[in-house]
Design a protein around this ligand. Structure first.
Ligand code: NAD
Length: 282
């Protein structure tokens, strides 16, 4: 068995009482053949929260790494998601994910996209709430939901999703949606927290100055900004060096001025990199 470091991330309590590590590992685009090693490395480094999805094709390898870690199941937090074409049969999709993962339950199950044209997300969430009662998932959340989708869901089910996982990085901050979630005690999980580094963080002199002042990398400054906003982050990496770097953001603090400088990088809709949730998964 490998030597696992102590967990480094604080726990955040969700609106349903479930506690989630504020920092984890994203696994989108980690190839299945690399996933078990990447997740094992992350756990050795003290990561305890892994974000996957049926879409990513690597649930089996995430589950294998969980078992190989030798840690008690309750010390790890595993999220997976129902893909758009399975919303009408979310319960079956969940059981299939559990089978691939080789787990009895997931900690967090998300509707991956609202896919509003299908008009199935309320049905999917109701199935998830029943599965939660049966112990197949601990917490039920959503991803890529806009305010009107959240309102429809909450009105129909009388239940707040625990989290909304949305595209959010310095150039695309979704301030209105994030504030709405905050006001309703729905935790915000930014996906692509580093903007997938598709834009050069080094192009922003404000960031470079902050990184230098704190003796940290540009990625660490951005991840620290998320953490100080109270968000739950899980940058993707399969390199041990980047994983270690990304997790080392709990030993320094950005000032209010530095936080404001990062907030000011928002480019609105121009900064969006991924699909628009209104058009995705029709
Ligand atoms: P990200 O912002 O985490 O960026 C990942 C890229 O940055 C990778 O190319 C990686 O190699 C690189 N990187 C990571 N750490 C680095 C470092 N310290 N220095 C330099 N480069 C570094 O983007 P992401 O993977 O899109 O998002 C993170 C996670 O969010 C995903 O893996 C997935 O779990 C989740 N996600 C969810 C959705 C959704 O629709 N719900 C969509 C996309 C991603």
């Amino acid at each position: 068995m490998t030597q696992n470091s102590a967990p480094f991330a604080p726990l955040i309590e969700l609106n349903d009482g479930v506690r989630i590590p504020q920092f984890g590992l994203g696994t989108y685009k980690i190839a299945p053949e690399d996933t078990q090693q990447a997740v094992e490395t992350a756990i050795e480094l003290g990561y305890r929260h892994i974000d996957t999805a049926a879409l990513y094709g690597n649930e089996a390898e995430v589950g294998a790494a969980v078992r190989a870690s030798g840690l008690p199941r309750e010390e790890l937090f595993i999220t997976t998601k129902v893909w758009n074409d399975r919303q009408a049969e979310a319960r079956v999709a969940l059981e299939e994910s559990l089978q691939r993962l080789g787990l009895d339950y997931v900690d967090l199950y998300l509707i991956h996209w609202p896919s509003p044209a299908q008009n199935q997300f309320v049905n999917a969430f109701e199935q998830m709430l029943r599965a939660k009662d049966e112990g197949l998932l601990r917490s039920a959340g959503v991803s890529n939901f806009e305010i009107d989708h959240l309102e429809t869901l909450i009105d129909a089910t009388g239940t707040l999703p625990s989290v909304n996982q949305i595209e959010l990085h310095p150039r695309f901050q979704q301030t209105e949606l994030a504030a709405w979630c905050g006001a309703h005690n729905i935790a915000v999980e930014p996906w692509s927290p580093l903007g997938r580094l598709r834009y050069e963080l080094g192009d922003y002199p404000e960031l470079a100055a902050m990184a230098e002042a704190h003796g940290k990398s540009l990625a660490q400054v951005v991840l620290r900004w998320h953490v100080q906003h109270g968000r739950i982050v899980f940058p993707k990496s399969s390199s041990a060096a980047h994983m270690a770097e990304n997790g080392a953001v709990f030993d320094f603090e950005l000032s209010a001025t530095e936080m404001a400088a990062l907030d000011a990088l928002d480019a609105g809709e121009e900064g969006r990199q991924g699909p628009n949730p209104r058009e995705m998964g029709a």
